[in-house]
Ligand binder design. Sequence first.
Ligand code: DAH
Length: 359
Amino acid sequence: MAESVNNLNGDSAERSGEDRIAAVRDAGLVALSASETADALQEWRNQYIGRSGEVTLLLRGVGSLPAEQRAGFGQAANRLKNELEAAYGQREAAISVLTGPIGAIDVSLPGRSPAGGRLHPITQTIREITAAFGAMGFQTFEGPEVEFEGYNFDAMNIPSDHPAREMFDTFWLDRVDEDGNKSILLRTHTSPMQARIMETHEPPIRVVVPGRCYRYEATDASHEWHFNQVEVMAVDECITFADLKGTLYEFARRVFGPERKVRFRCDFFPFVEPGVDMSVDCFNCDGDPACRICRGSGWLEILGAGMVHPEVLRRSGYDPNKYTGFAAGMGVERVAMLKHGIDDIRHFYTNDMRFLSQF
Ligand code: DAH
């Protein structure tokens, strides 16, 4: 290569200046991309842009050109010098990335994949639950976490002297609404959304409402002061307890597996009549007394439910003689704990990547 360039230089009388510059440029760039080691690069530098390199020779030759060619040739040679110096800089950087300052990088090692983010297990569980109901025609709504006392309790048939208020130790806000008479709190459950949705929508209603709730509680393996619930509600003419059972049964099958059996037992919630709790048979064992998920009972309680109380319908402006409905509420953390065999609710909120990256 060097030889042919020298020859080209030697022929200078017959070649136009432009050709000579183009020839040095082409040969130089080809030789540069073939230089793969620091030594080869140094050699290239000497040959092209060093003190007695090709480009320097071109520049030195300017003086012997006819006067009218000097300026144009000199400028073109200088441009070439800048171009080759820049190309040299880039090549040097590329080679030093590969070889490293002490040649320490093994380019044959597999690359490090960037850490991908993912959805929090609680978000995943909420999406699974809302998708199961979505497939049955339920719309997803969200509501305020900071709620009026009236929606959280009164609209849910829990008047201020009702003993059920003791079920919810509540975070009260240190202020009231603009009129100065409505107390504000962090909602203790998603049930107030039943009233908010009925007030603003005509039946038929089929909704699921996921969201964060708060209770003034000491934290332990099964209690957090904040947690998530999903509220479910269907209101229409002629909704019966059979609709409640069929819908919740189908939900349990979709989320906990197609083999699931469900069990309903009587329970009390002020905003439903009759009220029940629903359990699914343990998917982890066959009534094994040592099962750490059902603790040997064979059943896992997953939600509270019931027929919407006539008083709740009436307060929200629906005629209880015309409309009936069912409602249910479940704790998302509990569903996730049962599904994945997690034994402490606090794992969800301590942000330990060893835990979170398993989902
Ligand atoms: N809101 C209740 C709670 O926080 C859960 C609940 C029970 C919701 C029964 C319902 C229901 O809609 O019908 O404990």
